[in-house]
Design a protein around this ligand. Structure first.
Ligand code: SF4
Length: 353
């Protein structure tokens, strides 16, 4: 497979908290511990941030206002994070339509207009700093506004970044390659980030006894099934590029594991290639997934689960009740705190310690 055959698509934004919370609150769902690359990264970044992000309900007996503020802060993002989210939406809108129809300039412009319009309207709502109701249709709430920063001058820049990311893709060879896959591959999967399907995101780990109670959620941005034993997985990134280009990310290994579990096969009998593709550079990082990659990621899941268990009452991942907040240490890095969305409630919590 040559370079032109690689596709990039959407950014893997974090799962939307409100939508995921609704999913968790379904009557048939239990609250078993969840693993994701984002979640374990947050835990390693700062234990207290992990506590605020994943266990805000446990603040209820401490102070109700603190709990509500924490819940609200979970849903704020910085402008840079919104660039990734909106790029993800725009590319998904384009690719899902391209899968069904030939698209002309007018159709493509309509996708761009939609996202630009959303960003402008949501920015204005964000500026009002009215957090008394949660409106799930307006997700452009910005942490900068919450913390009183004037970011009016940055709005045009972030809109143009999002539109530019689509423009780069449209001009690349990959735009043709995608259309070739749509016509010739057995199946092509394009994620729909506007309509999260959590059931389909879940890995079925029942064949790995030590992990069968763990929730692992993962869905690639773009997947191609060429045949019963040949797959391609693509994840798009808008963040700073990694310098080590020989490195295959844990996220890609999880997607490969999911593919194997779903197909009820093992890596010896199939060929899976996985790549992260960066926007706007279109650089790609990844490789063919090897047996050692699969063994590594299964072992990492086990080790990470043991680490996460240390923060749970009785280490019970099914009950998934956190220890008290004192067990979650604050980072000593002032730099991390300076950009942390939770810095307000993190400071407030000190008065209860
Ligand atoms: S403000 Fe600092 S210590 Fe507090 S949660 Fe954020 S990163 Fe951690």
């Amino acid at each position: 497979m040559n370079n032109d055959e690689w596709i990039m698509i959407n950014d893997k934004s974090q799962i939307d908290d409100f939508t995921f919370l609704s999913y968790l609150m379904r009557p048939q769902y239990n609250h078993t511990l969840t693993w994701s690359t984002t979640r374990i990264t947050v835990l390693e970044y700062c234990n207290k941030k992990y506590y605020f992000n994943y266990y805000p309900h446990s603040l209820r007996p401490i102070n109700e206002d603190l709990r509500l503020n924490t819940l609200m802060l979970k849903n704020l993002k910085s402008m840079d994070m919104r660039v990734g989210e909106k790029t993800h939406h725009l590319l998904s809108d384009y690719l899902n339509a391209l899968k069904k129809w030939d698209l002309d300039e007018v159709a493509i412009q309509s996708f761009k207009d939609r996202v630009e319009d959303e960003m402008r309207k949501e920015f204005e709502i964000s500026k009002t700093r009215d957090y008394t109701t949660y409106d799930r249709d307006h997700k452009f709430w910005l942490s900068e506004h919450y913390y009183g920063e004037d970011v009016d001058a940055k709005l045009e820049e972030v809109i143009q970044k999002v539109l530019h990311n689509l423009g780069v893709f449209l001009k690349s060879d990959w735009n043709e390659t995608v259309q070739h896959y749509f016509k010739t591959a057995k199946t092509v999967f394009v994620e729909k980030p506007r309509e999260k399907d959590f059931d389909s995101m879940k890995l079925n780990l029942s064949s790995i006894p030590e992990l069968k109670s763990l929730n692992v959620m993962a869905a690639p941005d773009f997947g191609v099934v060429f045949s019963d034993n040949k797959y391609l997985i693509i994840d798009r990134k808008t963040w700073q590029e990694k310098m080590d280009t020989d490195w295959t990310s844990d996220q890609l290994k999880i997607y490969a594991l999911k593919t194997l579990l779903k197909a009820r096969t093992d890596i010896d009998t199939v060929e899976i290639e996985g790549y992260e593709v960066y926007l706007p550079s279109l650089n790609k990082i990844g490789s063919k997934i090897e047996k050692t990659d699969i063994e590594y990621i299964i072992q990492k899941l086990k080790e990470d689960m043991e680490y996460q268990k240390q923060f749970l009452v009785d280490g019970d991942i099914v009950m998934n009740e956190p220890l008290s907040h004192e067990h979650f240490a604050r980072t000593t890095s002032a730099k991390k705190c300076a950009s942390c969305t939770f810095r307000k409630v993190c400071g407030d919590l000190k008065s209860f310690e």
